[in-house]
Design a protein around this ligand. Sequence first.
Ligand code: URA
Length: 203
Amino acid sequence: MNLNDLKTKYGSCKKCINCKTDTKVFGCGNLTAKIAIVGEGPGKDEVAKLTPFVGAAGQLLDKILAAIDLKREDLFFTNSVLCRTDERNRTPVKSEIQNCRDRLFEELSIIKPRYTLLVGGTALNTVMTGGYKIMEAHGQWYTHLSPPCYFYYAIPHPSWILHSVTEKETQAKKRIMWNDIKKFKADMEVFDKAVSFDKRENK
Ligand code: URA
């Protein structure tokens, strides 16, 4: 299966109430990416451009990734859910996450990333099937022993920084994010040397 097959398979999905808008934002980016990025779901800008992470949170994420020398063109971006939840971008409910989870894993199976960055609690709970609080679970690795990806790493969502009320709060949150992303880079360098990634690799 390739991404076009996946779009055909899920393009007319109507499982959730949000599907009524019928604007699905599929993952896109570098098809041979070593690193995939999974967020929560598309907002207004993402729907307009049919591309994940292009609005304010996405632009801040670009800067966070640039701080560890990762460029957008090297990465694959997708989300826990394909459809925008509502005008306020409410967090997807469990059933919506469940309805879109197979699609997410099929998408990742096509890309076969070495590492997947889970951006925010929804992405973490989608992949690990629930139970995590992102402010306790960020800055740590998670594994699945089978494809689509062995190594997942969780960070807070950039919108958490954007919603700060004071400059002091913004700076404190940025420090947390910086520590997490620095660890992500350092650990990947160790894994790259230590782990023998098997035949599923297309890198
Ligand atoms: N936030 C997300 O989680 N995903 C997007 O695509 C955009 C903003």
